[in-house]
Design a protein around this ligand. Structure first.
Ligand code: HEM
Length: 228
């Protein structure tokens, strides 16, 4: 037991928690994107509403959902703890700073990017997840399904909502890109041949997943406003 407590309270243990919870959230993102891609299909109302019902009622998905919430909470808490430790370790700022030599732009901005993603998440969960679970979403005619599709389409038909999603997804892309690099370091995955390949896959993922997420509201906006 003491060993477990030690792991969680040492810097390397804390970084490990960041890497593991981050890894789980990446898997969540893949599943979440796959489900929401149905919004690209014409007449997706029934399919989307069935999908959201499945996501909130299936017992296996429920367990995954709780793991997602726990991962988000731990990821945020440990980011704050590690950030505080870094500041405390160096209370006096150097009189001359050459930040570009010690870390990349997004490494230094990881906290800010994480904060952007967190603010996005609060807006996002309030709009859809909270409405679905606790709000008064009307039923889809002739079915026993809550019509969240209409709520999502109404939200994405507003330009400012689309802008929030696109900007937040740019932040998420940078956040994921650096997250991959630091997870590799923490997990000690260093192999001459494989590491560069895995890093490239990480970079492609970090760009492609947020880009597809951002395309959904853009596509809905353009089609709803008869531009496409
Ligand atoms: C266009 C993009 C997106 C759409 C249309 C969308 C839609 C939805 C909907 C309808 C729900 C409630 C039903 C459900 O649990 O599946 C939901 C929940 C959620 N979304 Fe999204 N989402 C999008 C992007 C994102 C992104 C980029 C993130 C994270 C950075 C995210 C994180 C979450 C989380 C954590 C939940 C709660 C999941 C759960 O209860 O298991 N979503 N989203």
């Amino acid at each position: 037991m003491a060993t477990v407590v030690n792991i969680f309270s040492h810097t390397i243990g804390r970084k490990l928690i960041m890497a593991l919870t981050g890894g789980f959230l990446i898997i969540f993102l893949i599943g979440h994107l796959a489900g929401n891609l149905v919004l690209f299909v014409e007449d997706s109302q029934l399919a989307f509403n069935e999908y959201t019902k499945f996501m909130t009622t299936n017992p296996f998905v429920k367990v995954l959902s709780y793991l997602t919430y726990i991962s988000i909470i731990l990821h945020v808490i440990y980011a704050i703890v590690l950030g505080r430790m870094n500041t405390q370790a160096r209370p006096v700022r150097y009189s001359y700073n050459k930040p570009a030599q010690s870390s990349t732009w997004n490494a230094r901005s990881m906290t800010l990017l994480g904060l952007i993603v967190l603010v996005f998440l609060i807006i996002h969960l309030k709009s859809f997840w909270f409405e679905l679970k606790f709000g008064a979403v009307p039923m889809m005619e002739g079915t026993d399904l809550k019509d969240l599709h209409t709520v999502v389409i109404a939200a994405f038909s507003q330009w400012w909502y689309v802008i929030i999603y696109v900007l937040a997804m740019a932040g998420l892309a940078y956040h994921l890109d650096h997250g991959f690099q630091s997870a590799f370091q923490t997990l000690g995955l260093n192999h001459k041949a494989y590491t560069p390949v895995i890093k490239s896959i990480g970079r492609i993922f970090a760009i492609a997943v947020p880009a597809l997420f951002a395309l959904i509201p853009v596509y809905v906006y353009l089609t709803q406003n008869n531009i496409l």
